[in-house]
Design a protein around this ligand. Structure first.
Ligand code: SF4
Ligand code: SF4
Length: 465
């Protein structure tokens, strides 16, 4: 808007506007004339008394400090993510990692022990409230079962009185014995990949033998729900499955009880490279219809880059010294750079084990720290800037190459869904204005906040299968 670069006038239909001030935590709908009047007052004009009062009351004349944080010095992480293996018991058609296509690698207990010792010692020295141990990677963590259970037992033993919060991402194809252990030991919760309607899921997520895996995942979700165990569901949508997304979301919410449901278009990498694009207008329309169905269950669907309520310069952990270990023990900042031979390993791998713990490549780390949205000139002027925070850098590299960030089709999806979230919050706040922190708590937002430490593996990054 004229007079204030952090207040945006976003066109809606019928010549109306959505006035959004992300740093003030304010949004309201306004006519074209009202929007022009607010802009005039912000630029120094007198304006109509009611408009001047509105600007005063909302504090829009203030210039809040941008929410920019940056890590400094040598990393001293208190959480580790272990990429246990590149092996997988499924052969998903859209797997970004092409898991199972190449010989698998497995982490050793020595590698896990060194990472755990490092974060537990850091957490104790810093007086941190807990140490974190998460499981993720370019394969299915539970396939390396002995290391999963032994490493967590070791972490708890080393931590002593210090709490260990442990979480995992997984494909949900577990045995009952594994489910029992997860419920008992993974106190941070589980993020499961499940695509909704069984026929949709089975088409894209077959087992190594080529049979559908939906029955196994549904069994896991039922067991988790019976135990009131916190789990999130992530649906990956391919182009041809977009029309079925609303039914898929309804199927999940009417049969199971996930704390969160995330929906993402399939990533055109790995086995899905060259397949039809799902980042389309059709995706937005289907997401909106699915959101309408989810609302009946008190849920708000998540899309990784549309995050009203989060105001940050970081999209994910890559700018915040994310400490993940490849099966060989090297340090990666990115969940999709899980091995030394990944295409962008030279961008995201920033450390290696040594006799004292880890040696960090500080030049590489500073380049990652530099990737906050405040340094992305393409994002200047985008109203979703502090919510999206520049989106997934790995996707940007894959789509745009290593040159300057130039956005992607995802930007349009992000802005449309941020707009939807704002309109929903305005409606929930009585229809006139949304102010951050003043909305009526609902089951969804309560659940999201409560899950801040739960489901930590999923939350640590933006968008992961
Ligand atoms: S969100 Fe993107 S950049 Fe961040 S960890 Fe995940 S894949 Fe890597
Ligand atoms: S320009 Fe694109 S990547 Fe940047 S903040 Fe906006 S939506 Fe996100």
């Amino acid at each position: 808007m004229n007079g204030h670069s952090d207040v945006f006038a976003i066109p809606l239909e019928d010549e109306a506007y959505l006035v959004y001030a992300p740093l003030h935590g304010v949004a309201f709908a306004a006519s074209e004339a009202m929007t022009a009047a607010v802009s005039d007052v912000l630029a120094g004009g007198q304006g109509d008394a009611s408009v001047a009062a509105l600007v005063e009351e909302t504090g829009l004349r203030r210039r809040p400090r941008p929410p920019v944080t940056r890590r400094r010095g040598t990393p001293e992480p208190t959480e580790v993510t272990l990429f246990l293996t590149t092996a997988c018991n499924l052969r998903c058609t859209y797997c970004y990692a092409s898991a199972g296509d190449a010989p698998a690698s497995y982490m050793s207990m020595d590698v896990a022990r060194q990472g755990i010792d490092f974060v537990v010692a850091n957490a104790k020295r810093q007086g941190a409230p807990f140490a974190g141990v998460n499981y993720h990677g370019g394969g299915e963590p539970s396939v390396h079962w002995n290391l999963m259970t032994e490493s967590l037992a070791y972490a708890r033993e080393q931590a002593g009185d210090l709490e260990v919060i442990a979480a995992s991402a997984g494909n949900g194809v577990f045995t009952d014995r594994q489910i029992d252990w997860m419920i008992a030991h993974l106190n941070g919760g589980m993020s499961l990949s499940f695509d909704g309607l069984p026929e949709v899921h089975d088409k894209h997520r077959p087992t190594v033998r080529g049979t559908g895996s939906s029955a196994r995942v549904m069994h896991t979700m039922r067991r988790f729900a019976e135990a009131d165990y916190p789990f999130a569901v992530r649906l990956t949508v391919t182009a041809e499955q977009i029309p079925l997304l609303p039914d898929s979301v309804e199927f999940v919410l009417s049969n199971f009880a996930p704390r969160r449901v995330q929906v993402e278009p399939a990533y055109q990498l790995g086995r899905h490279e060259g397949e039809p694009d799902a980042e389309t207008e059709e995706f937005i329309a289907a997401f909106r219809e699915a959101q309408g169905r989810a609302a009946r269950y008190g849920q708000e669907l998540l899309y990784s880059a549309a995050r009203v309520g989060t105001v940050s310069n970081h999209f994910c952990g890559i700018t915040q010294d994310n400490f993940c270990l490849t099966p060989s023990g090297n340090v990666s900042a990115c969940f999709e750079a899980f091995a030394e031979d990944n295409e962008f390993a030279d961008v995201f791998l920033y450390g290696a084990p040594d006799a004292d713990g880890y040696a960090f490549d500080m030049d590489r780390l500073e380049r990652l720290r530099d990737l906050g949205v405040e340094n992305r000139s393409f994002c200047d002027g985008c109203f979703a800037r502090w919510n999206c925070a520049g989106d997934c850098y790995h996707k940007s590299l894959a789509a745009n190459g290593r040159g300057e960030f130039v956005g992607s089709q995802r930007c349009h999806i992000t802005r449309e869904l941020v707009k939807d979230q704002l309109l929903t919050r305005i409606a929930q706040s009585g229809g006139l204005m949304w102010r951050a922190g003043q909305e009526t708590p609902c089951a969804v937002h309560g659940a999201q906040e409560g899950a801040a430490s739960e489901l930590a593996a999923a939350a640590a990054g933006g968008d992961h299968e």
